[in-house]
Ligand binder design. Sequence first.
Ligand code: CIR
Length: 261
Amino acid sequence: MLKNVKNRMFTHAIVRQPALSMIKGITTADLGIPDINLAQQQYKDYVDALRSCGLEIIQLESDEEYPDSVFVEDTAVLTADMAIITNPKPESRKGEIREIESLLRDIHPNLSKINSPGTIEGGDVLQVEDRFYIGMSERTNASGADQFTEILEENSYQGIKTPMENLLHLKTGVSYLGENTIVLYGSLVDEPLFDSFNKIVIQKDEAYAANCIRVNDYVLMPKGYPKAQSIIEKAGFLTILLGMSEFRKLDGGLSCLSLRF
Ligand code: CIR
């Protein structure tokens, strides 16, 4: 039997301070080098927003060895009763899991790991109640998705491999807001797996806004995407807008900056 995890409330978030080395992070965006002072301010505003949604923050120190380590979401998938340590694909990111694992071993007795040759990143995992959509991106391979699904099933959850194209991660183009409402962009708009949801469709000129997060009573979304904001608010959600320009320069979306549980 699958679990009943409707109306999930979050109580905690894990975040990691941006490293000064983030100027050397992986990117395909042609938006320039992040301004570290502005990135630190945007990170602080993000953490304050999570606090204002009622979350207790667990903050890891920055790690200069890992330029992309601020994108903590990619290193694990968490629920109230399960933690799965991922295996990021880029060599420069693999070591990020070390500190997350030792933190989670302290707070989560039920911990599993994805092993090579399997790779999977948290940005490719979208939880909708008791189901987990797994984006088959360039970062997540079949072995990673299969191992992940096996662990989910042992914990009475379901894994669903989800085809996708032209996006870094699944959640670059889809976000679940609760109340059966889903935000979609690009090829995911017509993906039959999402046909039973109420769809909020994001236009190409505001594609970055497809990555947003529902945190308790609010939807946190990037600042500067007025059409997306208006449609999400018209659907009945309260929004908090956050400057994300410096993380966007590294292909990072709003969800990537925290692990909520
Ligand atoms: C990377 O390419 O791995 C980082 N520069 C960005 C990761 C963004 N993470 C995410 O969307 N979950």
